[in-house]
Design a protein around this ligand. Sequence first.
Ligand SMILES: [Zn+2]
Length: 324
Amino acid sequence: MRRSIFLLVAIAGLLTGAAAPKVKLVEPSYTLIPGSVPLDKGPDGNSIFLDAPQGLIVVDTGRHPEHAELLLAYAKQRGKPIAAIVNTHWHLDHTTGNYDIRAAYPKAQVYATNAIDGALKDFLQRGRERADKLLADPKTPADIKAQLTRARYRLDHPETLKPTVPVTKSARMKIAGRKLEVHVAPFAATEADLWLYVPNEGLAIVGDLVVDIVPFMDTACADGWKKALVEVAATPFTTLIPGHGAPMNRAQFLQWKTAFDNFVDCGRSTRVKEECVAAWKRDAALFIDAEHSDYVTEAATYYLDTRLRSSPEEQQKYCKALNP
Ligand SMILES: [Zn+2]
């Protein structure tokens, strides 16, 4: 019976040429605890709270203790436990606070990909060696030492960063009792990024697949990243929350995506480096404040050198599994 009704609807659609009915979206409901990109220390990523039947879901937990305190204060104010953490990727400006949250809410499950396993053997291992050197150096200022000590503790106890529920493929999942579309983007900003789409609200939470001022390409595979942005664009979102920066509407995201594609293409062309950096700053001007102008020039130049114009092996380094 059900099938025949479906058929009738399908045929009616064919006859009239009617498009599939559009799903009506309700206003997205979330609380953003904004991160920041200070000029004198490491950034904090954005954190986003969603309500769920079993408590609160928090997407990304920042780097610095002050950020974690804001997250805990919000949960306290709401009088709800943090039931789940979702990490969009393993970069420490999005995961360091996991430990602080789970100290207060030990039952909170952590949803993330397993990309951290490769990172612990590669990028994070090198970071740890650098941290050791700086910590041994009496000239390192006390506040930097405190940051390094906090990060090193996490690296010495990788279970504080790893998922308790590894996500290996895109799927509709129930997290803390709430249905969400969980997308895995392989070989993008990291070996496997994760992003969320909240269907009935038209809300996309995409981590560092979008960073307003400049894409953080330290562990990037440019081609996988481009593909991930195509997939994001294919969802009918109306509000997108980037890993860093203010929420975007669809037009703003598409502008950013064009800037990203142009930057990668310029990086791979024979055009002079300064031209590629200037083109990024022009294409993404909407997202770059005056305070970060020099920072953006420096970062974009660095990513051209280290990712887009490095040796072919180095360019492809993050386009395959580091821990196969
Ligand atoms: Zn980040």
